[in-house]
Design a protein around this ligand. Structure first.
Ligand code: NAD
Length: 490
């Protein structure tokens, strides 16, 4: 019996969630969902198309008039119940996320799933506190701003943090009173499917959230092109973002794009050594390096370069790569066969660009259940110029490069030397230097002496080709509402 069968019973077919019911795609087409740790089939997934999109949008359109009038208290109650429902099924969700992605089940259980529940909880409370503004023109008039939900909106998410990023979009959209047509990645559909069941039990009215499965170029493209979709919240690759913008902009849809990154992790000689070292290990290889916020370029002040490199490589050698179901595994499988080959090609490219592989640089063969899985040894590369492809293009795998720098100015110049600008991390004990760096780095998020520390109230997003718009806190509530100014003359 497979691990999946042990957890969920006999193998199942995932279905779309439309108008509160689980339904097969109209065309009856489906494809296999593969567990990347074992290369075995987990279940089948609907290969949906524009016929399913039409049904989902009809259901969402019909549900909108009533949902937008639902009281904030009622929306709070339902979103809170969804959050509770996820946590009540923590083990099941964590297992599903791990099977789908190849990430360690321990990571899914401690980070992905609890944070997904927190997203619903956070935006449940946000709607209770969201307030609009008023502007008085002294003795003349008062302006007040109404915030109206948009209607039917699209939420499209990637495979790296499946439920975490799916819920990060859906929760504020629903809280603000919109109806949603959502699509998870075709590579990782399981937890989005399970979410439908939780929404049913939490009493979410039919049609308010519709979840369609399938390929981006097919069902994804049909969702974003549909004239009734008023706004698109998308997280994924930069080139997909470009395609979506080219279709959405001429239709004047509201657009939030959270895209790729090539984040610098800058370590000054005055950094607190142990914390910088331990956190750099995480920011390099957590989730197999497949987090948009991972620091794939490690910039190290020259005076500590050799010492840092030696200790870092020794620690990388101690990381346990293996079966994601094993609680002691640090690094699991990469997400798919395609992505595995893409990462290995990137490593070959790094070698051809003159990179020296300090550790890793090759696939790993496991024993037992994971013999056929897609595992890559955590890889550290040095000796590459800043402007080469390896140092400027996203790899999105367990691969980091090391680069020395002489001073602050050079660190900034290297850090800002890509087309991306999602996040940056700085390690220093000098507060003034930290402020200067934060001010000069081209990034949407700068972490000083930490990484991945998130307060859900803060704006989240990137600059340059890492995205357009901001998510999180009031930014998300504003994105999912339209402002209407009313002027009353005294
Ligand atoms: P992707 O762009 O291939 O796919 C993302 C989603 O878009 C999937 O659901 C996919 O089916 C859908 N899609 C693809 N083509 C589409 C189209 N033409 N129309 C509509 N939908 C379409 O990205 P991915 O490979 O799933 O994810 C990895 C990428 O996501 C990386 O570049 C990573 O940096 C980025 N990412 C960014 C953030 C962020 O917050 N900035 C977070 C996580 C991941």
């Amino acid at each position: 019996m497979s691990i999946f069968e042990k957890a969920f019973g006999p193998s199942m077919d995932i279905q779309n969630f439309i108008n509160g019911a689980f339904v097969a795609p109209v065309n009856k087409l489906k494809f296999d969902n593969i567990n990347p740790a074992t290369a075995s089939v987990i279940c089948t997934v609907p290969d949906s198309d524009e016929m399913d999109v039409e049904m989902a949008i009809d259901a969402a359109t019909a549900a909108f008039p009533s949902w937008q009038k639902t009281s904030n208290e009622e929306r709070f109650r339902i979103l809170h119940a969804i959050s509770t429902g996820i946590m009540d099924n923590l083990d099941k969700f964590a297992m599903a996320e791990s099977l789908d992605t190849g990430k360690p089940v321990s990571l899914a259980k401690t980070v992905d799933i609890p944070r997904s529940a927190q997203n619903f909880e956070f935006f449940a409370t946000a709607i209770m506190h969201f307030a609009s503004e008023s502007h008085e023109m002294q003795d003349v008039a008062i302006n007040y701003t109404l915030r109206k939900p948009l209607g039917v909106v699209a939420c499209i998410s990637p495979w790296n943090l499946p439920l975490y990023l799916f819920s990060w979009k859906i929760a504020p959209a629903l809280a603000a009173g919109n109806c949603v047509v959502a699509k998870p990645s075709e590579v990782t559909p399981l937890t989005a499917y399970l979410l439908g069941e939780i929404c049913q039990k939490a009493g979410l009215p039919n049609g308010v959230l519709n979840i369609l499965h399938g390929f981006g170029h097919k069902v994804g493209a049909a969702i974003i092109a549909h004239p009734k979709i008023k706004a698109i919240s998308f997280t994924g690759g930069t080139s997909t973002g470009k395609t979506i913008a080219s279709i959405a902009a001429p239709q004047f849809k509201k657009l939030s794009l959270e895209l790729g990154g090539k984040n610098p992790n800058i370590i000054f000689a005055d950094a607190e050594w142990d914390k910088a070292m331990e956190t750099t290990l995480l920011s390099s290889f957590r989730n197999q390096g497949q987090i948009c916020l991972c620091g794939s370029r490690i910039l190290i002040e020259s005076s500590i370069y050799e010492k840092f490199k030696e200790e870092f490589v020794a620690k990388v050698a101690n990381l346990k790569v293996g079966n994601p179901m094993d609680g002691t595994t640090n690094v699991g499988a990469v997400v798919s066969k395609n992505h595995y080959h893409k990462i290995l090609d990137c490593i070959e490219l790094a070698k051809s660009e003159g990179g020296k592989i300090l550790i890793g640089g090759h696939p790993l063969k496991m024993d037992g259940d994971c013999e056929q899985g897609y595992f890559i040894a955590p890889t550290v590369i040095e000796g590459l110029p800043q402007n080469c492809k390896t140092n400027t293009e996203e790899i999105f795998g367990p691969v980091v490069t090391l680069q020395p720098f002489e001073n602050e100015a050079e660190a900034i110049s290297i850090a800002n030397g890509t087309n991306y600008g999602l996040s940056a991390t700085v390690w220093t004990s000098d507060l003034k230097k930290a402020h200067r760096m934060a001010n000069n780095l081209e990034a949407g998020i700068v972490w000083i002496n930490t990484w991945m520390l998130r307060d859900l109230r803060t704006p989240f997003g990137g600059v340059k080709q890492s995205g357009v718009g901001r998510e999180g806190g009031w930014e998300a509530m504003r994105f999912f509402t339209d402002a209407k100014n009313v002027v009353i003359k005294y």
